[in-house]
Ligand binder design. Sequence first.
Ligand SMILES: [Zn+2]
Ligand SMILES: [Zn+2]
Length: 400
Amino acid sequence: MNNLFEEAKKYGDEIVSARRHFHRNPELHVDLQLTADYVMGKLTEYGYKPEQICKSGIVALAGGKKQGRTFLIRGDMDALPIKEETDLEFRSANGNMHACGHDMHTAMMLGAARLLKDHEDEIEGTVKLMFQPGEETLSGAKLMMEAGVLENPSVDKAMMIHVASGFPLKSGAVVFLDRGPVTANVDIFEIKVQGKGGHGATPDTAIDPLNALAHIHIALAEINSREVVAGEVAVLTIGEMHGGNAPNIIPDTAYMKGTIRTYSKEVRTLMNKRLEEISKGIASTFRCTAAVESRGCPCVENDKELFDSAMRYTTEMLGQEYVADMEKMTGKGMKLSGSEDFGFVSAEVPTLMLGLSASVFKDGVAYPQHHPKVVFDESVLPVGAAVYANTAIEWLRENK
Ligand SMILES: [Zn+2]
Ligand SMILES: [Zn+2]
């Protein structure tokens, strides 16, 4: 049997240089001109016919010579509006930063593209490579889906890898988090209360939206403490409250913004429904009106079959010591409270999200993702490239 990890190591320098190019030139949202150009160029050089199906969203196909199913692998490419504070020689100077590690993902996907091309004749079906923009804004996966990324050929299973900094695991360990939901359903909401502005000396002639907003804030705690089944995870955080700009003026409007994190569909629906009912109900009690706007992204769910198969393939390729089975290690698996817009894909096809430990400890500290000082370990890049390609090839072979 081939060992794609051994083969990926040969491409180590090339993968690292791609990663440094992305790291030096971080771009935001779906405006990834430089990044997309580089990816298109490399894929073409490797013999692909890549296609931009939407702004900065790239798809390429490998295999297809033998009949079979379609396996999608996904890497995201966007950075964050963070000013980099590392002392890396290839650090960003444009005010943005690859602080989530998406530069690593894009480079690993290019490494996987090379490996898949080398083994194209053996692929028993098709591997679809999805290079995605706009993950941090929770919009890119959806845009690519609207542009048909899951169709033609239609995708049977899909996987993604996310590098991780700060995990108490050795660098290069592939992390199998849990079966079932592994990231949270995330909703970001805004509650806008409309009152009637007036003079602070004559509140009877005005309708005070600040008073209503304060009561809504307190009342929202009711959902969690009284309405959600005990033991279910339901986080509701208000992170912003704004209204008014002078001590003697009653403002016309006031608003607050917050986020809801859940793991089950039922709890997610309940939280959002009650958020709206409570906001509107309390606003009207205090003679105001409330408008609630919300946008979100569903959780990534790990498909049990793919989870078990991928663990087997990865163990065969890398050896047991580089496979971190969190269920075995913690007795209950591990869920992340963060969001991941691959959840939109997960809602449509069976998926798998793997972690890849890539911490660099300095003075005993590894900074977390989204931190201006976070540094990722580049030596894991060939591992990621090999896991992407190997999981796709092996799953297609076993599921003709
Ligand atoms: Zn991020
Ligand atoms: Zn990320």
